[in-house]
Design a protein around this ligand. Structure first.
Ligand code: TYM
Length: 355
């Protein structure tokens, strides 16, 4: 779909102008967010945040704190603000520049909630019930199967298409949600006979989406799985965690495949260490000479090289409420301007008219 159209016609013959007011319309629009449910870990960093940084110079970027999404698990009111502040400080500490990207808190943009409501009318319970993340959540928390969980992918779609995004930098676990976003965008376009919403792609610079595993030998690194290394962890915490990581009793014969747990360590090494370091330990594994203690020591130091500068900045920024306040106010204003324009057009397409 062309992004430079002067406008589109709805089935109801409403012409919706799209103004190319400045070169923002020549750039791709990028949208992504992270839930405010705790400190960010290496999975969030390598799956999402690092790509936010790489994209902010050349795209029209919107990066937000997904605080509405955190409500599905009913956080205590005393924690809401500090959780938002933490993610915000971590974004900025990692290098997100609020002068380049629009950095905002989701709940500061009520237009997202309106689009969520409108999209919910065309989202079917059957497809929502079949979503993998929903099935997982109801298995983990059978006592809290709320409608917010069921319609989580619709809220995500609203987050993304409210700014008519083209690219969404996310980790592998969000792939299905992005497919659903594309479907909801397409369904809206088809239903009203417009080419209005672009169908956004989950994005990792043309490569497979990333999944950073945990240190416990199975599954992905998560905020609540107890298997994570956080950007805010001190070097000594990181050393302790890595040294405790699950491995095995060593390769039995030359050239044998590493076990799942050891593969996970190699995966993490693959994103934090020099290729020559990874190669060195792969060869040691292949020749049965590997000492997991040495590998873990190296891995811990290479992780610290990535996280330590960020941790220092997190501690500075989190104690600067004036700066954080300025960033969210500026972000809210820019995000609302973009979201309000979309909602105005969406309401027209749906058929709302002024009296
Ligand atoms: P959340 O908060 O669980 O995770 C934020 C981002 O981190 C990525 N991620 C990982 N990547 C690789 N390996 C891992 N182990 C790992 N764990 C997490 C996630 O893929 C994600 O990119 N629903 C989203 C938040 C959201 C959103 C959006 C994202 C709400 N609206 C709109 C993009 C666009 C979530 O729960 O992410």
């Amino acid at each position: 779909m062309s992004r430079l159209k002067d406008g589109v016609y709805g089935t109801n013959s409403v012409f919706i102008p799209i103004f190319a007011a400045d070169n923002i319309f020549l750039m791709d629009t990028v949208v992504s967010g992270i839930r405010s449910t705790g400190n960010l870990h290496l999975g969030n960093y390598f799956g999402a945040l690092k790509n936010f940084l790489r994209m902010q110079d050349e795209n029209n970027c919107y990066f937000f704190v997904a605080d509405y999404h955190s409500l599905t698990t009913h956080p205590h009111p005393d924690d809401i603000h500090s959780n938002i502040r933490q993610v915000l400080a971590e974004y900025l500490a990692a290098g997100i520049d609020p002068e380049k990207a629009t950095v905002y808190v989701q709940s500061d943009v009520p237009e997202i909630a309106e689009l969520y409501l409108l999209l919910n009318m065309n989202a079917y319970v059957g497809e929502l019930e079949r979503t993998t993340s929903f099935k997982e959540k109801i298995r983990q928390h059978p006592d809290n199967i709320n409608a917010g969980l069921l319609t989580y992918p619709v809220l995500m779609a609203a987050d993304i298409i409210i700014h008519k995004a083209h690219k969404v930098p996310v980790g592998k676990d969000q792939e299905q949600h992005l497919e659903m976003t594309r479907r909801f965008a397409r369904r809206f376009n088809t239903m009203y006979g417009v080419e209005y919403f672009p169908e956004p792609d989950a994005y990792n610079f043309g490569r497979q989406l990333i999944k950073i595993p945990g240190l416990d030998g199975s599954g992905k690194m998560g905020k609540s799985e107890g298997n994570g290394i956080f950007l805010a962890d001190s070097p000594s915490e990181i050393r302790k965690k890595v040294l405790r990581a699950v491995t095995d009793s060593g390769p039995e014969k030359p050239g044998s495949e590493p076990s799942e747990a050891v593969k996970n360590l190699f995966t993490i090494m693959g994103v934090v260490s020099e290729p020559s370091t990874v190669e060195y330990f792969r060869e040691k594994h292949a020749s049965c000479e590997i000492r997991y203690g040495d590998m873990k020591k190296q891995l811990a130091e290479d992780i610290i090289k990535v996280t330590e500068p960020i941790r220092v900045r997190i501690n500075e920024i989190i104690n600067d409420p004036v700066y954080l306040g300025r960033v969210v106010a500026m972000g809210a204003e820019k995000a609302r301007a973009s979201a309000a324009a979309t909602i105005r057009e969406v309401r027209q397409i749906i058929g709302y008219r002024p009296f």
